[in-house]
Design a protein around this ligand. Sequence first.
Ligand code: HEM
Length: 412
Amino acid sequence: MHTKYTLLPTHESIVAHTVKSHLTPSLPKLNPQIADEVQIAFQQEIAPSVPSSSSDPKKASPININSKLLRIVAKVSGRVFIGPELCHDERYLSAAIGYTVSVMEAQRAVQKMSPWLRPFAAYRLPEVRKLVKWEKDAMGFLQPVVDARREKQRRGEEMEKDMLQWLMDSADQGQGRQHEKWGADTTTTRKLARLQLAISFAAIHTTTLVTTHAVYSLAADQELQKMLREEIKTVLAEHDGVFTSTALQAMKKTDSFLKETMRFHSLGQTSFNRKVLKTFVLSNGQIIPRGSSIEVPNHAVSRDPEVYPNPDVFDPLRFYNLRNEAKEKGWVEQAAGNQFVSVNKEYLTFGYGRHACPGRFFAANEIKMILANLVLTYEMGLVEGETERYKDWEIAAGTIPDPTRDVMFRTL
Ligand code: HEM
């Protein structure tokens, strides 16, 4: 990613650490806030484009769902990442959505430049300067919130439970990963800005892409929509209509559909991308020298018939059935291994090992709540003339849903 020039703090473990040690354990308490935020975001982003069923029951409206989901995911994630003060702020939304695109552009521009020229000229590239601008913008909208929170803290009031606060607390405790000391206030805000942008980079587009893939499959298959609607309605009725952690875990068909979505439409051809810091020897004697880059073929594993029978068939209940079979045989570990959030050698879309995606538990809850709101409120379909799910785009080493397509929405 040419992190030296793109300023992406991939070497900072504090984001992954905070997600693992604060965000994931807080999810049972945060779920109601996430659910509220999903509803608000739907009211703002989707409802105005779809007339209510009473005004015209047959009318379906076209929506470019990828762009809407980007804003919904940025708002909902923002509630947990940057807090209620900023998650609807257009300056935050632009940065959360635009920064990732700018990082990719800067990475490509640096890549094109001769390696010997980079240390002198890369910082002057317009694409790299754009990243500095995002950082300044983020500092601008963060500073008043950081100041107000510090004031609140001084008054001894109860503080927010979100990533911004957890990162501020780490700064106060001088942790920035055995953690380089965070300096004076402006340095802290610069660092908070950089870390917030890094979280957006890791979370917003990934979550949106997976959700868009799921919506395109739903739009092409009315029976699938009915099945998920049925499951979600039943589970919510059993949980007083509340998206508790138990309720979300009980949505097993939805969970299987999402896992199959990531298997079939894997975002990256490869996964587990690592730089080798110390030479090591594989069990077959092959030496992997220090300094080499390694990765594993995620897409090939996902489509290997020895791993997944009929791998080229999209089977939304594949993992649901595997989970039930394992449970019937009393194979607890295999049953757990077929959940959306499980990572193993057969399922690499969230990476693997110590650095596997720590945000996947949050992402799973968020995507399930978004899909629940969609299928419980709307019927979705393809645009006129289309009979098959929209084709994906193959870009560089990844597969993305075609962002230009509309989905037809009709209120139930
Ligand atoms: C469906 C959505 C997501 C997908 C597909 C995804 C995918 C990934 C992948 C493939 C990796 C690299 C893992 C490895 O190399 O082994 C990763 C790392 C990471 N992800 Fe996610 N991610 C998603 C959502 C999120 C969210 C919502 C967050 C934040 C809450 C997040 C935070 C991170 C962080 C911090 C890392 C770096 C971990 C480390 O270096 O230790 N991700 N993600």
